[in-house]
Design a protein around this ligand. Sequence first.
Ligand code: ATR
Length: 306
Amino acid sequence: MPQTRVTINAETKLIALLGWPVKHSASPRFHNAALEALGINVTYLAFAVPPERFTEAFFGLRALGAIGANVTVPHKEAACALCDELSPAAKVIEAVNTVKIEKDRMMGYNTDAYGIAAALAEEGLKFKGKNVVILGAGGAARGIITQAVLDGAARLTVANRTITRAEQLVTHVLERCRQLKPAERKHPLPVGTVVPYNDLKVPLRDADILINATSVGLKKDDHLLFDPALISPATFVYDTIYNPAQTRLLIAAKQHGCRKTANGLTMLLHQGARAFELWFDRKAPLQLMRNELFEPSVVSLKHLYL
Ligand code: ATR
């Protein structure tokens, strides 16, 4: 495992990770490895900040001349409310995970959402013009649904246990996207449908992309939310869960002939790489970050792709 050896001196700048808790985060490790490799005199440090002190910590970064920050649970919504400017995705999702401090202004982005688009691109796929089925209507689904809409998905089906929650989410995202300025919204809005898990037969028949954004699969004995025989072999199946690396959904998809499947590690990688690019206006050393992140001691996995 390569050690990070950033030489700290009087000119070293800061990027902070603000969360509560943060001690399990892989971000300091792979960002510092990237900074080190590129010889950038910046260090990335994690801070556990309780919610009642978040505002103080957030604006403290500006006073310290920090480059920016990553923000994680439970502060993403608070960060969104405190930023001076927001990216289109952050506006719609109402959550910020990346901040760039430019001329004393806090610029808020949501690279979690971008991460799913980059994860699809690794498979040569885009949301544009596609039939997309998303499982879940929580925080993770919010980002993914937003990215699918912003990137021009043709049809969007959201399945969730609690139907009203999914309906509210889809309505919210479509409404917010409609309110964006023309320059911020490049594609027509898709048709959005909400269904219970036992009504997925028709949507899955010609789905190009199926994404699990629920927490079901985190536990090895979690049951599948729908009959996997409904999955078409042509569908790309993505699970936002990466630990375990092979969720029951991904195993079932493979068994039903899907040749393209991937887990959430690529989303994690690309949200970080995108943040790096925003802070430094240069390409992130993706391969190096990937090696750091996929190091077996970071997440216990043997196979990323099934
Ligand atoms: P996150 O921020 O990780 O998305 P969340 O907001 O708690 O977490 O959302 C969890 C998602 O997993 C929701 O879609 C939730 O369904 P409900 O909206 O019906 O609660 C889904 N989920 C969690 N446990 C589930 C279970 N046992 N069966 C079905 N869906 C489940």
